[in-house]
Design a protein. Structure first.
Length: 129
């Protein structure tokens, strides 16, 4: 675990419909940053987690998902609580849409450094480098 990392202890809700990607991103965030991570396999599951009252400091979601895409999830989250949202996508058209929906757009593929920079920025933490 990344002891002493500025993101250590923050709770990140990761929303991704592809199971392997969800597992990989969850492990990466937990290991590299020391965050607590709550995985969700869909936007509907993510909203159930939020509605249950679980504390979440930041949401990282894929944009393209069945039933409820990341853009609609972002809109629903905004109605519930003021949580920073990062929407990851490989679709260039969706980058602008993510920003229009009040989220930060993270182009795929992204690096660990990209993820760290965006998380720090959205949580209002100054980078340590």
């Amino acid at each position: 675990m990344a002891r002493g990392h500025p993101l250590e202890g923050f709770v990140v809700l990761v929303v991704e419909d592809e199971a392997d990607t969800l597992d990989a991103v969850t492990d990466l965030i937990r290991t590299a940053f020391g965050c607590s991570v709550i995985p969700a396999a869909s936007g509907v599951e993510a909203l159930k987690i939020i509605d249950s009252g679980r504390v979440v400091d930041l949401v990282l979601s894929d944009v393209v998902m069945p039933v409820m895409d990341g853009l609609r999830l972002s809109d629903e989250l905004r109605k519930r609580l003021p949580v920073p949202i990062v929407l990851a996508t490989g679709l260039t058209d969706a980058l602008t849409l993510a920003i229009d929906h009040g989220a930060i757009a993270l182009p795929k593929p992204y690096t660990l450094e990209d993820l760290e920079r965006v998380f720090l920025e959205r949580l209002g933490i100054a980078p340590t480098t």
